[in-house]
Design a protein around this ligand. Structure first.
Ligand SMILES: [Zn+2]
Ligand SMILES: [Zn+2]
Length: 243
């Protein structure tokens, strides 16, 4: 059965809360503004390795192919000579079918185990079992080393006849959200040439680019390829310590 065109888009919230900062110890690296650690993610100077902690709710484990794709993508763009390590853990389900940003932040604060320190920069990815605030939003980036993926709308729109595969969509989402942590577009990695989409925040104006605001809107019935970063986005990453 062919479904309606996928309308969902990747929404990126710039979450800045003074009340959160009060809980942070001096020098605490994580829980800062989106894009604030773009250079440290891209370069090896301070952090030669990257650790990715993925916590998922029951039934929403990421597939191995999506994670392999993510690591390949990251290795092509960031300098982490000591490697990229993924740690996965299942956590309990949320009773909320619809989560707010505060719900998500509270889960991260309760369950996140790994933080940036010594020579390892740590990124936290939460995959929930519900929707985001009643909207058809697939993921949000909200801090310098955190983002959340909403499992339910992804499952609702994948792996049925006429749908994109779940693995391809999840790969696209993971890579797009990492693009935000890496400072795209002009949110931590300054633009060399103007390619920010003025109507859609920290996104690329090129509809073929991974960092286009509704990147998966390009998905038609049969999609097998994850969108790539375009030359402008790659140039910004290179200029900020990436490759
Ligand atoms: Zn986005
Ligand atoms: Zn781009």
């Amino acid at each position: 059965m062919r479904r309606n065109f996928i309308l969902y888009y990747l929404f990126c919230v710039f979450f800045i809360s003074g009340s959160c900062k009060k809980e942070q110890a001096e020098g605490f690296f994580d829980y800062r503004t989106l894009g604030a650690s773009a250079h440290d993610l891209l370069s090896s100077a301070k952090y030669p390795s990257l650790q990715i902690e993925i916590q998922y709710m029951p039934g929403y484990a990421p597939d191995a192919s999506a994670l392999n794709n993510l690591v390949t993508f990251l290795n092509s763009r960031i300098n982490k000579p000591s490697g990229i390590n993924i740690i996965q853990e299942e956590i309990g389900p949320s009773s909320l079918s619809v989560s707010s940003l505060n719900n998500i932040v509270n889960i991260e604060r309760s369950y996140r185990n790994y933080f940036t320190g010594n020579d390892v920069i740590s990124v936290y990815v939460l995959i929930t079992n519900g929707y985001y605030s009643g909207n058809n939003i697939l993921a949000i980036s909200y801090w310098n080393t955190s983002f959340c993926v909403f499992g339910k709308p992804i499952d609702d729109n994948t792996d049925q006849p006429g749908d994109v595969s779940r693995s391809v969509l999840l790969t696209t989402i993971l890579e797009h959200e990492f693009g935000h942590l890496m400072g795209l577009v002009d949110q931590g990695s300054p633009m060399l040439t103007n390619h920010r989409d003025p109507a859609n925040g920290a996104h690329c104006s090129n509809p073929d680019c991974l960092m286009y605001y509704n990147v998966e809107a390009g998905f038609t019935d049969i999609i097998s390829a994850v969108p790539s970063l375009d030359a402008n986005c790659i140039a910004d990453l290179k200029a900020n310590g990436g490759k």
